[in-house]
Design a protein around this ligand. Structure first.
Ligand code: MG
Length: 373
């Protein structure tokens, strides 16, 4: 170990990577993912990377790649220069106190700091943060091609590669079609596969109640975010009227919303994403609170590259219980990656990287290839 890792430069760029097929959700059908890449370099020459993934504008949440980049360049980065990257927790708290909101921007910065810290200490993130409970996470593949025939073919293909969990995106069309689609998938894929559904806030209370009754027959593991994120009373009502576990995704953005969900009994399971929660430290804090209240855990995604997926994987390794696995399929759905060696998939599971920091070597030529000009 040399002198402490003092941050010398913080650079960002926007990277646009197409998907192999459009991803059809209730709010739109993005064809590419827009990333903000953060590159932090120390005086000693250690380089750490972070990323924030978004779907073509402020569509999933209020942040877009463009706003994230401005917030980092103009407000977060100047505070980081000259500071010790090992002190990432107080540093991130300082940013939190100084600048409101913008969790995606903060998460991307924290990711790069954690990468630097791990590389400086020569340890993978999951070791640095106290040790892994697991090194392989069950992987859910999202079926969202917009065509049921393509979805079935895609699921069959993934099953030949060992995948056993599928999530269907709902809320883009009529409720009856969504219900029929899940029933068809259950018939076509058999009783053994895990099926889940994500509505991305697409329904109102009445449609959701009707759908839940009819979906029960197809035995989904859970139904995710059927109602607008603010409607916790509605989620609570649904939850008490249905046997299908409910998951909160968009409704969960921080510790306050987690407390509200617990208080309102609005969900059985929470979907954790490092970006929406403002980083790994905050995600761990929310998880402690929610797990203590008896809520199950799932790791969602924003279709990250291998770099972002790696950060989520270390987080997943650190959770004592991960009841429903993860959906870190980004590297499989994206048409390109920025990693020299992508994360590894094996028998329907994804492996936690073992190298120092995030454990991913960024290929700067690939970053350059996809960099927005
Ligand atoms: Mg979701």
């Amino acid at each position: 170990m040399g002198t402490e890792p003092v941050i010398e430069t913080v650079n960002t760029c926007i990277v646009d990577i197409p998907m192999k097929r459009p991803h059809v959700m209730s709010f739109g059908a993005p064809t590419e993912v827009n990333f903000v890449m953060v590159r932090v370099q120390t005086r000693g020459g250690i380089v750490g990377w972070g990323e924030a993934a978004t779907f073509q504008g402020p569509t999933w949440s209020e942040e877009s790649a463009e706003t994230i980049q401005v917030v980092i360049d103009r407000y977060l980065a100047p505070l980081l220069k000259g500071r010790n990257a090992l002190l990432y927790n107080p540093l991130m708290e300082e940013l939190e106190q100084r600048f409101r909101g913008n969790p995606f921007a903060k998460a991307a910065v924290e990711m790069a700091l954690l990468d630097v810290a791990g590389r400086y200490l020569g340890q993978p993130l999951h070791v640095l943060l106290g040790g892994a409970f697991r090194m392989k996470l069950d992987l859910s593949w999202s079926l969202a091609s917009g065509s049921i025939d393509t979805d079935i073919a895609e699921a069959r293909h993934m099953m030949t590669r060992g995948h056993r969990i599928f999530k269907i995106k709902m809320g883009a069309g009529p409720v009856e079609k969504d219900v029929a689609k899940l029933a068809l998938l259950r018939r076509e894929l058999g009783p053994e596969v895990g099926l889940r559904a994500d509505v991305n806030q697409g329904w109102d209370r009445r449609s959701a109640l009707r759908a839940l009754r009819e979906l029960e027959e197809s035995r989904p593991d859970f139904l995710e975010q059927p109602l607008p994120k603010w409607d916790l009373a509605g989620l609570s009502e649904l939850r008490h009227k249905s046997a299908i576990p409910l998951m909160a995704d968009e409704s969960l953005s921080d510790a306050h919303s987690a407390l509200d969900i617990v208080r309102e009994e609005a969900a059985d399971i929470l979907s954790y994403k490092l970006t929406k929660l403002g980083g790994l430290a905050r995600a761990l804090a929310v998880h402690r609170l929610a797990a203590g209240a008896g809520l199950g855990a799932y790791i969602g995604c924003m279709i990250e590259t291998s770099l972002g997926s790696a950060a989520y994987l270390h987080f997943g390794a650190l959770l004592p219980r991960l009841d429903y696995g993860c959906e870190l399929f980004g590297p499989l759905l994206l048409a390109g990656d920025i990693a020299a060696k992508p994360v590894t998939y094996e028998d329907g599971r994804v492996l936690v990287p073992e190298g120092p920091g995030l454990g991913i070597e960024v290929d700067e030529a690939q970053v350059e290839k996809y960099r927005r000009r």
